[in-house]
Write a protein that binds this ligand. Structure first.
Ligand code: WTA
Length: 651
């Protein structure tokens, strides 16, 4: 977070009451808070009744083995049945589930009836491959209808999907497949990015060169690119799925049956496989999607611009909206292909009413100018959402003005891969919104800002965000690593039993929560979490690098940009610019293009404490062109001079 944004946050005083008429028709009123706090568990049990259960639970929450939670104990349900079949059974088979828009302009409309058939066929196909409940399936795919169908087919069979963002490198995919021991990978031949067909399977082939657990690779044809083929292992999606029966008996699974693993960056180099289960997760995503977005499933056209490779895509493209029988837009491509008004064109074309995106894209829209939104009819919009990082007040107000026409409530939603669903957000018909603040925990959610000792800070003060009570969508653990789960989230406030979110936060004078960015070594680049250690270990894995330190420096568009300080090994064989290009590409290859450092600075030394810990704070000062902070704890006081002199020689 930049100092500038923090300043903005501490002086921001604007408030926007819910628009006239909105409150009157809103799904939730202020009574929801009172109801939830009167009896939290009864409240969540009531929300769970939004779903169809095969067997009802006999206990709402079992917290006896904390921090390992069990929600709706004894209950049984099928997640895919809840997202698809029951809507068809309720007579909504003709309702559009997905308005899919391909980047090149091709489109598909999928009704709930068609979606049910597709999911059944895919489930039959995956079962034909010998997959059984509990098996893991990796998915790396662009935003295709088949990606959503694949996830739902897994859920239907009780298979645990692990979706890996399409931009992640073969190395990253490989380590995720191996960590989860996935038996099958589902991918596509290629994908459209920025107007071009780029390969996908050729990359996943690199990953699967060393993934002994993978028995089959299922390939969706998208671009028609030529692909290498491993006989007996590789199978086309259309060959596997298209001739399958469109009926499939959905089995009910335990409420705590694993639904998916999603890897996210932590403070060490090894990504954490965040585990989510069925009943509690689906309850909270369905409830929050109804409450925060004020969804009216028979009239709204909802669009969440996330990718299914991130948790936002899981919870607010796949599970929440489909559980609620929403009609939604799914867009395959980049926002400036073929022009910078593409999103606005799509909003106008489908009459989108609810639009949910990330601050980094809003700031990009700001950069591209107001002409783009102004050139399209955005009058269908009635609600705007933001997620992924703190939104600076300027971007929030721009969003409300230029996209929302000053009539749409803006909901800034705070949550994490770990929380599974939205935790802190205004309610659009209730809360007076404040630009830059996520404001209030949702009904049924307990969050606080506390100090180092776990004591709640007074209004007007800052500290750390904690969640003080378990919630239905909470992560159930880190795949294969219960100790890391306890250590990462539950050890800091073990005495109080609080969940430590890793975010700094403050209360304003009304007691509303303002998020201030990560307090650990996790960077937030365009809303994507990347750990400094991950990028450092990618850099030092290159033979020309002796040591590397990475910091997130504030960036006007991406929130944070990755800045790396690198000590070269031996005499550099190439000139500095070539070396830097090589290293940037190396990081892209190791992790993915999203982790490419914005800037690499070649240095001779790194600032360290006497115990050898790199003082990133000082490097951040350099990266953000600030005066250096306190250097007294440095082991060698001259190091910073050496670094700054060396850098000014490079300019
Ligand atoms: C940040 C994304 C401020 C935060 C759903 C969190 C936010 C991390 C907001 C989780 C917000 C997300 N305001 N910060 N509205 N939303 N964050 O796991 O630092 O990709 O811890 O989940 O993003 O990122 P993740």
């Amino acid at each position: 977070m930049s100092g500038k944004t923090l300043d903005n946050l501490s002086t921001e005083t604007r408030e926007f009451a819910p628009p006239e008429g909105f409150s009157a028709q809103a799904n939730l009123s202020a009574a929801a808070y009172a109801e939830a706090s009167a009896d939290r568990l009864a409240f969540w049990a009531e929300q769970a009744r939004r779903l169809a259960w095969d067997t009802e639970w006999d206990q709402v929450l079992d917290w006896s083995d904390a921090p390992f939670a069990k929600w709706f104990v004894g209950g049984r349900l099928n997640v895919a049945y809840n997202c698809v079949d029951r809507h068809v059974e309720a007579g909504l088979g003709e309702r559009v589930a997905l308005h899919w828009e391909g980047e090149p302009g091709d489109t598909r409309t999928v009704t709930y009836g068609q979606l049910r058939d597709m999911v059944c066929q895919a489930a039959n196909g995956l079962a034909f491959l010998g997959l059984r409940a509990g098996d893991r399936v990796a998915i790396q795919m662009p935003m295709l209808v088949e990606a959503i169908v694949a996830m739902l087919a897994c859920a239907r069979l009780g298979l645990v999907h692990s979706v890996v963002f399409g931009g992640f490198s073969p190395a990253a995919l490989q380590s995720r497949i191996n960590d989860a021991q996935a038996r099958v990978l589902i991918t596509s031949d290629g994908q459209y990015r920025r107007g071009e067909a780029v390969p996908m399977k050729n990359l996943t082939d690199e990953a699967t060169a060393q993934t002994p657990s993978i028995e089959h690779v299922v390939v969706v044809r998208r671009t028609g690119a030529e692909v290498d083929w491993v006989p007996d292992r590789d199978v086309w999606w259309h060959d596997l799925v298209d001739d399958q029966p469109t009926t499939h008996e959905a089995e009910a699974f335990d409420s705590e049956h694993p639904l998916f693993i999603l890897y996210t960056s932590g403070t060490t180099g090894k990504p954490k496989g965040i585990l989510h289960t069925s009943g509690g997760y689906l309850t909270q995503v369905a409830y929050t999607h109804h409450a925060v977005f004020d969804l009216k499933p028979d009239t709204d056209v909802y669009w969440c611009t996330a990718d299914i490779g991130w948790v936002t895509g899981h919870s607010y493209i796949v599970y929440g909206p489909l559980a609620n029988a929403a009609t939604q837009v799914v867009y395959e491509g980049t926002p400036n292909t073929p022009h910078q008004g593409r999103h606005f064109e799509i909003i106008a074309k489908y009459g989108v009413t609810i639009y949910y995106t990330a601050p980094t894209l809003i700031r990009t829209f700001m950069k591209w100018g107001t002409d783009n939104p102004a050139a399209h009819d955005l009058s269908s919009l009635r609600l705007l959402g933001s997620v992924g990082e703190p939104i600076n007040p300027e971007a929030w107000v721009w969003y409300r003005t230029h996209i929302g026409g000053e009539r749409c409530p803006v909901v800034d939603t705070w949550w994490q891969t770990e929380t599974g669903a939205i935790m802190i957000s205004p309610l659009p018909g209730v809360t007076k919104t404040k630009p830059g603040s996520a404001q209030v925990p949702l009904p049924g959610i307990s969050a606080q800002v506390v100090d180092d000792t776990g004591t709640e800070v007074p209004h007007g003060s800052g500290g750390y965000l904690v969640l003080t009570e378990p919630w239905p969508g909470m992560l159930r653990g880190i795949w294969g690593d219960p100790d890391r789960f306890k250590e990462t989230y539950w050890s800091r406030y073990a005495e109080q039993g609080y969940y430590f979110a890793g975010d700094g936060a403050k209360y304003d004078n009304d007691g509303h929560i303002w998020l201030l960015g990560r307090v650990d070594d996790v960077m937030n680049v365009s809303g994507h979490r990347i750990s400094t250690t991950e990028v450092e270990s990618a850099l030092v894995s290159h033979p020309t690098v002796a040591e590397a330190a990475v910091v997130g420096a504030s960036d006007p568009t991406t929130g944070q940009g990755i800045v790396a300080f690198v000590i070269p090994r031996g005499k550099a064989a190439t000139d500095r610019d070539t070396h830097i290009t090589t290293l940037r590409n190396h990081v892209a290859q190791e992790i993915g293009a999203i982790a490419k450092p914005r800037q690499i600075l070649i240095v001779e030394e790194l600032p360290k404490t006497r115990s050898g810990k790199i003082m990133r704070r000082l490097l951040r000062d350099i990266a953000e062109n600030r005066e250096l902070g306190d250097t007294t704890t440095l082991a060698d006081q001259t190091v910073m001079n050496l670094i700054t002199e060396g850098l000014s020689n490079q300019k």
